[in-house]
Write a protein that binds this ligand. Sequence first.
Ligand SMILES: Cc1cc2nc3c(=O)[nH]c(=O)nc-3n(C[C@H](O)[C@H](O)[C@H](O)COP(=O)(O)O)c2cc1C
Length: 235
Amino acid sequence: MPIDAPALAFTQAERDAVYRAIFERRDMRHFAGGSVAPEVMRRLLTAAHHAPSVGFMQPWRFVRVASSALRTQLQALVEQERVQTARALGQREDEFMRLKVEGLQDAAEVWAVALADGREKHIFGRRTLPQMDLASASCAIQNLWLAARAEGLGMGWVSLFDPVAVAALLQLPAGADPIALLCIGPVHGFYEEPMLQQERWAKRCPLDELLFEDAWGQPLKSLLDQATAAKEHTI
Ligand SMILES: Cc1cc2nc3c(=O)[nH]c(=O)nc-3n(C[C@H](O)[C@H](O)[C@H](O)COP(=O)(O)O)c2cc1C
């Protein structure tokens, strides 16, 4: 029996809300302090936990950084890595050092996300692509990011750190790997475009340059006419 896809679609208002969360989500590095109500934080984590995962392995683990001393130690590790990254960038070192790359001290909440230990026993979907565990945990983080935006909260994903040092600080078991320090909380406003674009570090690539047909590099023949393409979101 044919399935009527439009009948299963969300209403226009619901679709608008989903796309709004997607387009207005920003990686935030400026926070307004304050707090996140426990029930809101629980909703965000529940959204994360409903992400897809390869073989349904659910590799994500979340560690709340409650201690301010621990937060300071984590920030020191990020600062160390920021300097190392700047050096590795060569010509763009000074430009990079001017960028704000984390908001660890001002965010209401800091949560570390780690890949669970014992991931080697999950073979389904990972035999040839073991990194699908990281892909799955990234889906969870994206869910949390979008839910936070819908709740009016900012979130920043900080990955500038030595994972061995962060694992030691958080007492992760052998085989578990930290992948993110999430800064979450109230913000004064959301950047209108990615901060790295505002700062002229990088800009969003035109979508059409990333779409191919049948073989890499072969342009997609027709998906959108020019008029529709012109209306596409470009920020
Ligand atoms: C896996 C991952 C790691 C990231 N790590 C950092 C980071 O350490 N510091 C930072 O300032 N931004 C980090 N970002 C945020 C990106 O810079 C940001 O997503 C990008 O500039 C696009 O901006 P937008 O998220 O506001 O659209 C990270 C993003 C991802 C997906």
